[in-house]
Every structure is written in structure tokens, then in C-alpha cells.
Write a protein that binds this ligand. Structure first.
Ligand code: IPE
Ligand code: IPE
Ligand code: MG
Length: 237
């Protein structure tokens, strides 16, 4: 911790912020509302935080929207989350004003056809945008991502001596992007839940008890101040 609070202009921003948007269900439960109300509120928080992060100059952001394990949930909840995603994708015009470049990471085969088409369209429509690069992880799992990368590498006939860190990174969904250097998880859980397990090798972490629907710009600011105060050594001295 530094003795004096840094001026905003001196603050070191992470290059790539990754967020585990967790706690929607508990937020709803606290209010005696159905879990669906929690996901609706969480979706609004997501839009507000993405807009805010872009405004303050974050270059890359990745948000965890649906994991490879979330299919285990009751079908009605899965359908509800897919419905929210579909609505969001139909409404991505909002990002035109923000200049945000969208990318979806995760396996698409298992997603409904219309959602896959809307995803491809959103990526195509925003590909030349120069603002924040926003990855939305849907049917994403870190292990699944690594398995998929290994399959691609083997299918290309790669010789064992040519398998390197860089080659694996290049075959992940996040190819060409800087690794996330800051991972935020609200909701009081202290785990990665299969998120960006390769890319997070040297990431800094920030945990908070706040539930995702209550997460506001002030929480992001608090997290960013904490990041800026850290001494990253990468194994050196
Ligand atoms: C995160 O909130 C949203 C998804 C995983 C899709 P949860 O639905 O996991 O909320 P809690 O953890 O039950 O509170
Ligand atoms: C992680 O949250 C996945 C998303 C936020 C999309 P979960 O609620 O699924 O994680 P666990 O089950 O608490 O580990
Ligand atoms: Mg959860």
C-alpha cells in the first residue's frame, strides 16, 4: 500500500481485466425474487461496467457469462440466461456509440443456431471499432479451451519440439490478446471456476463480497486502485 493515494493520472491500469460475474442468484434470493430477476439485474450491471471500463481507457476486458459447467443448472434457468444473451445480441447497436469491439469466446457448437448467427454478426459489425476489446465468455471453460487448442495443434501435424508456450497461447480463443493481468471476482467466492486458467498464470486477483448485480463503477475503481499499488515480480526479485 502506498502512503498517499495516487493521482488518477499516475495510476497504472491493467491491460486486460477479466471479471467473473457471480452472485446473481444470491442477490435475487436476498430480495425474495426468482433467480431470473438476478440474471436480468446482472445483465444491466454488465452493460454499465463495460461502458464505464471503456470510458476510463481499459483496452481489453473479458467477462464470464456462462461456463461449460453451467449447463448443469435447471433447463428453465439455462433458457433464461440464453434468452438474456439473445436480447442483448439483438441490441448490440448500443455498442456502436461506444466503439466497443465484441468477441465471443467458448465453444459455439452447443449454442442455439440463432445465437451463433447473432454472435457472428456482432463480431463482424464491430470488428473495426477501436475502443475497448470486449470478450464475452459463453459456454467457456479453461480446460475445454486448452483441449481444443491441443487438438488443433496435433491436427496441424506439429512436431513435439515445436510445441511452445507461445504456440499454445496462439491456439486459444484469446489468441493475439495480452493475457489478463487482473481478475475480479465478486460474490465472496475465492476460486477461478475454470476461468482463463492458462492465461491467468501471472494475473493479480481482487475478491469482494459484493454480489454482481450490486457491482458499480466505485467497486471497479477500488479494484483498479488496488491493482495499481501492487508490486508484480514475475518470479524475479
Ligand atoms: C452468475 O451468478 C451467473 C452465472 C453463472 C450464469 P450465479 O447464478 O452463479 O449466482 P449465485 O452464485 O447462485 O449467487
Ligand atoms: C462462474 O460462476 C461462472 C460464471 C460467472 C458465468 P459459477 O457460479 O458457475 O461458479 P461456481 O459454481 O460457484 O464455482
Ligand atoms: Mg455462482
Amino acid at each position: 500500500m502506498s502512503l498517499f493515494k495516487k493521482k488518477k493520472s499516475d495510476r497504472i491500469l491493467p491491460q486486460h481485466v477479466a471479471i467473473i460475474m457471480d452472485g446473481n442468484g444470491r442477490w435475487a434470493k436476498k430480495r425474495h425474487l426468482p433467480r431470473t430477476a438476478g440474471h436480468a439485474a446482472g445483465s444491466k450491471t454488465f452493460k454499465d461496467i463495460a461502458r464505464y471500463a471503456n470510458k476510463i481507457g481499459i483496452k481489453y476486458m473479458t467477462v464470464y457469462a456462462f461456463s461449460t459447467e453451467n449447463w448443469k443448472r435447471p433447463q428453465a434457468e439455462v433458457d433464461n440466461i440464453m434468452g438474456i444473451l439473445r436480447q442483448y445480441l439483438k441490441d448490440t447497436d448500443q455498442f456502436k456509440h461506444e466503439n466497443i469491439k465484441l468477441q465471443f469466446i467458448g465453444g459455439r457448437e452447443r449454442l442455439p443456431e440463432d445465437i451463433r448467427e447473432l454472435m457472428a454478426k456482432a463480431e463482424e459489425d464491430s470488428k473495426d471499432f477501436t475502443g475497448m476489446h470486449l470478450n464475452i465468455a459463453v459456454n467457456y471453460g479453461g480446460r475445454d479451451e486448452i483441449v481444443t487448442a491441443v487438438k488443433k495443434i496435433i491436427a496441424a501435424g506439429t512436431k513435439p519440439e515445436n510445441v511452445t508456450d507461445e504456440l499454445i497461447s496462439k491456439n486459444l480463443y484469446t489468441a493475439g490478446q495480452p493475457d489478463p493481468d487482473f481478475i475480479i471476482r465478486p460474490s465472496g467466492e475465492y476460486r477461478l471456476s475454470n476461468y482463463l486458467i492458462w492465461q491467468s498464470a501471472y494475473a493479480e486477483f481482487w475478491f469482494s463480497d459484493v454480489l454482481w448485480p450490486e457491482f458499480g463503477p466505485r467497486h471497479l475503481e477500488e479494484a483498479l486502485d488496488s491493482f495499481s499499488d501492487r508490486n508484480r515480480r514475475f518470479g524475479g526479485v
